[in-house]
Ligand binder design. Sequence first.
Ligand code: PGA
Length: 249
Amino acid sequence: MKYFVANWKMHKTYIEAFEFLEHFKNVPIGLNECVIIAPSFTLLWPISKSMGELKIKLSAQNMYCEDKGAYTGETSPIHLKDCNVEFVIIGHSERRNLFHEDDELISKKLKKAFEYNITPIFCIGETLEQRKNNLTFDVISKQLSIGLSKLTESEIYKIIFAYEPVWAIGTGINATPNQAEEVHEFIKSFLQKNFFKNEDINVKILYGGSVTPNNIKDLMSISKIDGVLVGGASLIPDSFERIIKFNRE
Ligand code: PGA
């Protein structure tokens, strides 16, 4: 299965979102493709009611780690279930950097998502400075160790991991396939060593950071990459379609 996740971030009005969905009514989605869109919270409900025959799945971009209570401005997994949301992005670098989410909070969110049977798309990745200082693997190890600390082995197995180097997000500079492969391999062996009793567990790891129709083929040529998390290029229906169809052109 190959995953194509559109992270719309704080973009798209109601009308724009429905123009996008209209376009995808004519885009066949293969049996081995899982296409997921992550719109803003306000669009989850109307989109969930209008999916019809569309084979696109819904993700939230974030959620809080409590069921309900005095948490002004937050969104609970109960609200997400109301909107038939199947996935939730947790630990995106913009949440970590702009909204100061730390690994502890992220670990609580991951646990809470599983309580509600929502599959987390768990983002990890290093900054440019960390990469320059050879800290990439240390940073990823810490994000994984703390992030996954509350989860069972079978929960960890269900996660969709997304390696998103912070320096590649929204910059137009994607990681090279070799750079992505190196980190994907590291993540797999780290999980194997620290969380799984059996050998050869097949975790799903996506790549994210300046994915476009022009570089998708190169990136996906690496067998370790199970799909992509796409920001900017997922906003234009035609370019997201070309990303999904990278293999058919
Ligand atoms: P980008 O964003 O594709 O615009 O670099 C990716 C992401 O933030 O998930």
